[in-house]
Ligand binder design. Sequence first.
Ligand code: AHR
Length: 495
Amino acid sequence: MSNEAIIHLDVEKGEINPNIYGHFSEHLGRCIYEGIWVGEDSDIPNTKGIRNDVLEALRNLDIPVLRWPGGCFADEYHWKDGVGPRSERKRMVNTHWGGVVENNHFGTHEFMLLCELLQCEPYICGNVGSGTVQEMQEWVEYMTFDGESPMANWRKQNGREEPWSLTYFGVGNENWGCGGHMRPEYYADLYRRYQTYVRNYGENKIYKIAGGANVDDYRWTEVLMREAAHLMDGLSLHYYTIPGDFWKGKGSATDPSEDQWFITLKKALHIDELITKHSTIMDQYDPQKRVSLIIDEWGTWFDVEPGTNPGFLYQQNTIRDALVAGLHFHIFHNHNDRVQMANIAQMVNVLQAMILTDKDKMILTPTYHVFEMFKVHQGATRLSVDTVSSQAYEYNGESIPAVNVNASKNQDGTVNISLCHVHPHDESEVTLDLRGIEKVSDVAGRILTANESNAHNTFEKPDHVAPQNFEDVRLSGHKLTVKLPPMSVAMLTLR
Ligand code: AHR
């Protein structure tokens, strides 16, 4: 069977919110400390404590929004411990993540500086699990109040005269689990209470995000929407692609077995069903789709790299991760009527990271390259794509589509078509029928691919998996034919 799709260049399906390309950075393992923050006195070149090599690489991704400080850490984080002179900041134990000492050197001011340097929006997650309403209220006041107030005065004393602009604020994290083991009814009441004090000061308008469901916990979404939809702007959802059993063994990040390959990609595609079902519940309470679904944690979760701290969640990143990322983006785009933000877990050194560091060294992962290749979709208009025929990737009596296609149009009329090809052995020819356009004069392509299913970058071979020009593209009238090698992510740009 062939692979054929029609791309309707004149059928527009709404904007792809740039925030779908958001990130997440938690005080977990070496994400914040070493991965981002090295301190002003470090030998590693830095800007006010933030390492320059990582900063420069991240800037190239046009990151729209960054979530912080957790994750599970958020519901144990007391923000007041992380402001003021660094030498006087309280030290705590990061009980969730490896039991290491957290010196609070990276706090609110440092995070806001990072966002300024990345030119992205901050998304702060507040503490409901072990924090008070007053603490949450005062954090928002500290960050955003423009005038005379106890918290604004304290901020000024700590060196920041102007308030920051803060839009995205999460009221708790995983409150069904590490954020308090609550029932949805109880959390819905707490959400109503806490969010009351998340105030809008002056011109600053907060977009309130309620802690959402885990995977297929549809009852959580049902209860939250029923009891509190009118008081929220977004409701979150967490879904990790885990090929094995979470507790008994998730599988190795660099495991070459085909079984693991197939299961991973099948599970990545499963987020489509999850979004559809959670959105259907949301539709009952919010048919206008005012409340967004915010997938503020997603990505692969494998066993940690051998010999590393199990609490640090450090894993390698292969061409398989690149495909997981590409498929997620396609699915998020397809749900752009409800999904308005997504934050991959996590930015550096943790889970499906963009960047891995080893002291002063840094490498970019295959996932980084997908974020870079796909950034052209940010803020673009999604185009209608009809699949006419599609080859299946069959394994062990099960099958998933081998090729997945998505397209968008930029404001200047440039059309970008992304393709994910998950088959680990066969190449696939794909014919794209371009409708609704007079003439295509130019096509350029880039491709990320590999010869081995566990191909990854190392500190010795940092460019083993990196995008290349894609030459196997033929344009004949309105038909575009491409030959995709096994295990590849491609981006075609039409002008
Ligand atoms: O991203 C790692 C952890 O996964 C987060 O802290 C938590 O929210 C989730 O369970």
